[in-house]
Ligand binder design. Structure first.
Ligand code: S3P
Length: 426
């Protein structure tokens, strides 16, 4: 990756990864046909589709990024082999809620990274609902025997949209009304998507968090929808633009759901010019077009609810922190240690290799501003967001940066390097 002198152009993002997973799952258990335009091109969302096929759901890829799903309804068929979730925690955690509602046994497996990630956070509520689950000490593979679930009131110990979604999806198959309470507000795409597919979901704000309720036995119908551009993928371009005061970038059709858009506030507070030139609503999700203007970048402190809301964007914000005026401090982000890699350690290691001063803490990082980085050989740690975050950091480094394992970007965004090259002026 060679340095750039500016970022300029238009970037069209593939469909949002979080929404694509949910739409593929809900379309599969809906009655009737769904047409999903701009479905995520990432390998993770392909894993979800492959699992749905293994559970008896027919779907086809059409031209122009369209997926047509023939809903199978609430009763799926027993898979002949393990459900391969690949690198995708979203697939394993959310789909476990659906297979827990089925009268058969499913085995869910993942790659090396996913096999290290904590699953007791879904095992506990699903077991309380009546599913029989075995695991390798709380880690994948999971063996889930589902069947007659009963509704629960569940207070989540960690703020996780995947866990909330797992419980709500299982709640669709349970007898009674399931309630989930989260300690901090997390992304609400499952609630929004359930409504789009015809279910009733109730939400009550409670303190910093949220209570969500869903009644079991509800039937879903198919939808025709265009999935908005992925905001977490856009983060790499927004941060790239933020590196150069002369940047000018246009991002059309971007997801702007308020539970995901905190990055835009933070970057604006840091000085980036962002204007929304168009705003629409598609099946309950806000979609906007953005115009971005570079500026000198101040620092930021990310803590509490912000760290939860920005969890997928922290790696790239941290990767550009040395170039900001006051630096960036990240607290309350311990969850980053159990993502596709230990993202706190990965960011600290790569920034240090590039010559930055970094303080690594148990739950975050403190990265002073006003630093100069140089291009060296660094590692993606097999993690898509680390590969992309450091491709952005490389744009302002002195000299060439080599990112080992950069192909991991394909987990969420196969065309990333090509799109970045198109807007990076050299
Ligand atoms: C996601 C939720 C977040 C996020 C992940 C996608 C989702 O994980 O990091 O990339 O689509 O619900 P947690 O549920 O662990 O917070």
């Amino acid at each position: 990756m060679s340095p750039a002198r500016n970022v300029r152009g238009v970037v069209e993002l593939p469909g949002d990864k979080s929404i694509s997973h949910r739409y593929a799952m809900l379309a599969g258990i809906a009655e009737g046909h769904s047409r999903l335009e701009n479905y995520s091109t990432g390998a993770d969302c392909a894993s979800t589709l492959a699992c749905m096929r293994a559970l008896g759901v027919n779907w086809e890829r059409k031209d122009g990024g369209v997926i047509e799903v023939h809903g199978k309804g609430r009763v799926l068929t027993a898979p002949r082999g393990p459900l391969e979730c690949g690198n995708s925690g979203s697939t394993m955690r959310m789909l476990s809620g659906i297979v827990a509602g089925q009268k058969f046994t499913s085995e869910m497996v993942g790659d090396e990274s996913l096999s290290r990630r904590p699953m007791e956070r879904v095992i506990k509520p699903l077991s309380q609902m009546g599913a029989k689950i075995s695991s390798r000490e709380g880690k994948p593979p999971l063996r889930i025997t589902g069947g007659s679930l009963k509704a629960i009131d569940y207070t989540m110990p960690v703020a996780s949209a995947q866990v909330k979604s797992c419980v709500l999806l299982a709640g669709l198959f349970a007898e009674g009304e399931t309630q989930v309470e989260e300690p901090l507000r997390t992304r609400d795409h499952t609630e929004v998507a359930l409504r789009a597919f015809g279910a009733q979901v109730h939400r009550k704000a409670a303190g910093a968090g949220n209570e969500v309720r869903v009644r079991g036995g509800q039937r879903l119908h198919g939808v025709e929808s265009r999935i908005p551009g992925d905001l977490s993928s856009a983060a790499f371009f927004l941060c790239a633009a933020a590196l150069f005061p002369g940047s000018q970038l246009v991002i059309p059709n971007l997801l702007m759901n308020p539970t995901r858009a905190r990055l835009l506030d933070i970057l604006m507070q840091m000085g980036l010019g962002i204007s929304v030139t168009k705003l629409d609503e598609v099946h309950g999700e806000l979609v906007g077009s953005l115009q971005i203007e570079g500026a000198r970048l101040k620092g930021a402190t990310l803590a509490g609810g912000d760290s939860a809301a920005l969890i997928d964007e922290i790696p790239v914000l941290a990767a550009i922190a040395p170039y900001t005026e006051q630096g960036i401090e990240v607290r309350d982000a311990r969850e980053l240690r159990v993502k596709e890699s230990d993202r706190i350690a990965a960011v600290a290691a790569n920034l240090r290799l590039m010559g930055a001063q970094v303080e690594e803490r148990d739950d975050g990082l403190n990265i002073p501003g006003g630093q100069t980085l140089h291009g060296v050989e660094i590692d993606s740690f097999g993690d898509h967001r680390i590969a992309m975050a450091f491709a952005v950091a490389a744009l302002r480094a002195q000299g060439e940066t080599l990112i080992r394992g950069s192909e991991s970007a394909a987990i969420s965004y196969p065309a990333f390097f090509q799109s970045l090259d198109e807007v990076a002026e050299r």
